[in-house]
Design a protein around this ligand. Structure first.
Ligand SMILES: Cc1cc2nc3c(=O)[nH]c(=O)nc-3n(C[C@H](O)[C@H](O)[C@H](O)COP(=O)(O)O)c2cc1C
Length: 142
């Protein structure tokens, strides 16, 4: 398989509370487990940033599906790269949001927010990989 990592961002079309966001992450996680996809979703209340890892065709198929979802708009690909290993192998879809722990990670990188238009794709992936994941057992691969 051609292990691929996709990073994209998009904007919520309506307010989404924690419950709705969890519901989204749980459905995503269930599908991703079946498609051998892993990754992480960040949502700050307005913007989503998502990393999806797996076989190129599976990543592409799922991204096409996600792109049509009316809960967000203007999905913009930040990067699509081949990778030797997965960064999020333990999570079929980890979920992070802003908070004090996230803020301390951002401070270490010298930035105030996770802004995909200001940061390089590499910085976004590094920061995302360090952001604390909300513990939600259903989202774990094992
Ligand atoms: C920001 C965002 C991220 C999503 N991420 C995923 C994902 O990683 N995997 C997935 O299968 N669906 C994801 N979805 C949901 C899909 O758009 C779609 O609703 C889902 O695949 C349909 O699954 P179902 O047919 O099992 O209900 C995401 C949706 C949004 C808005």
């Amino acid at each position: 398989m051609k292990l691929t990592r996709l990073v994209y961002f998009s904007f919520a079309t309506r307010p989404m509370g924690l419950a709705a966001t969890y519901a989204l992450a749980v459905a995503a996680s269930r599908n991703n487990l079946a498609a051998d996809l892993t990754g992480k979703l960040y949502f700050d209340g307005e913007m989503f940033i998502q990393i999806l890892e797996g076989d190129l065709r599976a990543v592409n198929r799922t991204f096409q599906c996600i792109s049509k979802d009316t809960r967000h708009r203007d999905p913009c690909i930040l990067s699509l790269t081949e990778q030797p290993t997965r960064l999020f192998s333990d999570w079929s879809m980890a979920y992070s949001r802003p908070g004090s722990a996230a803020a301390s990670v951002l401070r270490r990188y010298g930035v105030e927010s996770l802004d995909p238009l200001k940061l390089s794709a590499w910085e976004v992936v590094s920061i995302m990989s360090e952001l604390p994941t909300l513990e939600f057992p259903a989202l774990q691969t094992a």
